[in-house]
Design a binder for this molecule. Structure first.
Ligand SMILES: Cc1cc2nc3c(=O)[nH]c(=O)nc-3n(C[C@H](O)[C@H](O)[C@H](O)COP(=O)(O)OP(=O)(O)OC[C@H]3O[C@@H](n4cnc5c(N)ncnc54)[C@H](O)[C@@H]3O)c2cc1C
Length: 507
């Protein structure tokens, strides 16, 4: 019997396992469906290469419907480090107001003052570590590209931003900041500092921490209103039950709700449809799916030699607020050094909606643990979302037409003609908006009186002792930033509670 089983060695799970096992008297078992590279010198190139995402080699092979008309691939990391091991390594924090909104949902632990210490603890900011809102001794190293390391595309982006009147923002993680500047990134040179690198590497020597890769959790086990452990499928195909005093689900915003539902914890009608015995009717599981809809302008350069797929794809960012919006920094614009296929030189600028009002949902396709869930995002069906992303896309087109970017462009490949009306942009957004790959909210935190809440503010499952959830799925809604740092911050908070206040979890 273990004290704690953590399901999923992703952004949150690695932080939880590492923090909880800092108490040598607490045994922690970390289960991961994907492989583990315990010796960092054996990490495959797609995992070390922080210059671009790894899309297929360590992936769950999910698909989603970003809009009603389309089904496209939806990458999620399947390896120790989880999605932090395959992502773009953008290290951006949510806005203080995001967390004040979480706190207003009667979740006082999650106000800005509650989350800032965890954001500080997780990072080693090489540029601004001495500032009181930053950390300089955490496991995740963060730095920004200086102009001397930036490609022509990114230098041009910053110059265009200046001439369009946006202020310089040297630190996009300054809680009061906005404007254009270098993107904070959890990279050292080309190395992506994933949570496997930052958290697991130094913790794996501990005798009280066991990491078990290639072990897929099929469901959590419940007896008399209490979670008693998990059922797993091992590498050799054998099925086994593992017991623990506490199970923490950190399988991410797609697999956590799927595991809950297959365990009988979910919307009753859905469970009955798949003949899954209902342990507890939880209508919120799989609902409230939140993400960052985005759409790019793609351009063919006059000089194809500026496109190099081996260079960093991201180096800069513009954080700003939509016209008339009361949500600060609810939009992002990002230059992508390259896009599309290697043999067709192209670069792009993406407009991203950071504060989403609309919601999608995730439902089970079947009770089979190997069947991918069905993911409907329903992007920009909400009129406020649509209006702000249309405005953002108009701003992206303005960038494409501003020197020195315009001097680099032979022609705009998408949208065709390069000069759409707002109605035409709305049509493009409704049809082609894609995901920032930031799903969250599918097992949201909330008070017990909220029918749609799945866990309380400590991540404890409503109505089932011995089970907690801690990953992107518990976010009540997507923060105004790429979600990796916030998922790690959640792991930091829950891991720290496990270490310092274990009684919260019955330990
Ligand atoms: C391609 C891509 C690019 C991205 N780029 C960025 C970026 O640049 N910056 C940023 O901030 N965010 C980015 N994100 C999003 C960010 O990485 C995620 O929000 C974050 O990693 C989510 O953390 P998590 O702990 O919730 O889930 P994950 O990190 O996905 O971890 C879940 C873990 O659980 C494991 N698991 C799942 N099911 C089971 C099971 N049944 N049994 C055992 N193990 C299981 C998975 O294999 C995985 O390791 C990106 C994501 C992707 C996919």
């Amino acid at each position: 019997m273990h004290d704690v089983i953590v399901v999923g060695a992703g952004s949150s799970g690695c932080a939880i396992a590492a923090r909880a096992s800092e108490d040598p008297n607490r045994t922690v078992l970390l289960l991961e469906a994907g492989p583990d590279y315990s010796d960092l010198s054996t990490l495959p190139f797609d995992l070390t290469n922080g210059h671009n995402n790894s899309y297929t080699a360590h992936d769950w092979k999910f698909a989603h419907n970003p809009t009603r008309q389309r089904e496209v691939r939806f990458p999620r990391g399947r390896v120790t480090g989880g999605s932090s091991a395959v992502n773009t390594a953008i290290a951006l924090r949510g806005m203080p107001e995001d967390f004040e909104e979480w706190a207003e949902l009667s979740l006082p632990e999650w106000g800005w003052r509650g989350v800032l210490p965890a954001y500080r603890r997780l990072e080693r900011d090489l540029d601004f570590g001495e500032r009181d809102y930053h950390g300089d001794a955490g496991p995740i190293t963060i730095r920004r590209y200086p102009p001397s390391e930036m490609s022509l595309q990114h230098l041009s982006f910053l110059e265009a931003a200046r001439s369009l009147g946006y202020p310089d923002c040297p630190d996009a993680n300054d809680p009061d900041g906005w404007g254009a500047g270098p993107q904070p990134m959890n990279k050292l040179g080309q190395l992506r500092v994933s949570c496997a690198v930052g958290y697991l590497a130094p913790a794996r020597v501990r005798k009280n921490l066991t990491i078990r890769p290639e072990t897929t959790v099929l469901r959590v086990l419940a007896e008399s209103g209490r979670c008693t452990g998990v059922e797993v499928r091992n590498r050799d195909g054998s099925v086994e039950e593992l017991r623990a005093k506490l199970v923490v689900l950190s399988a991410g915003a797609i697999m956590t709700p799927a595991i809950l539902m297959r365990s009988g914890l979910g919307p009753k009608e859905q469970l009955e449809r798949h003949s899954i015995p209902v342990v507890r009717h939880m209508p919120g599981v799989g609902q409230n799916l939140s993400d960052h809809p985005a759409l790019s302008v793609t351009m063919k350069p006059k000089d194809p030699s500026i496109i190099d797929h081996d260079m960093p794809i991201i180096q800069t960012i513009l954080r700003y607020t939509a016209e008339g919006s009361d949500k600060r920094n609810d939009l992002q614009i990002e230059m992508l050094s390259f896009s599309g296929k290697r043999d067709q030189p192209q670069f792009a600028i993406a407009g991203v909606l950071e504060y989403q009002h609309g919601r999608g949902e995730l439902v089970l396709a079947s009770a089979d643990p190997d069947a991918a869930p069905v993911i409907h995002q329903q992007f920009c069906e909400d009129e406020t979302d649509l209006k702000r992303l249309v405005g953002c896309y108009r701003d992206v087109l303005r960038f494409a037409r501003t020197k020195p970017i315009s001097d680099m462009v032979e022609n705009i490949d998408f949208p065709r003609g390069g000069n759409p009306t707002d109605d035409e942009i709305a049509g493009l957004v409704r049809r082609f908006a894609g995901s920032g790959y930031h799903p969250c909210g599918t097992a949201k935190m909330g008070v017990a009186s909220d029918d749609m809440a799945v866990v309380d503010q400590h991540g404890r499952c409503h109505g089932l002792d011995g089970l907690a959830v801690a990953d992107a799925s518990i976010m009540p809604f997507v923060p105004r930033a790429n979600t990796n740092l916030t998922a790690i911050m959640i792991g930091e908070k829950v891991g720290e509670w496990l270490r310092t206040r274990p009684a919260i979890y019955g330990l």
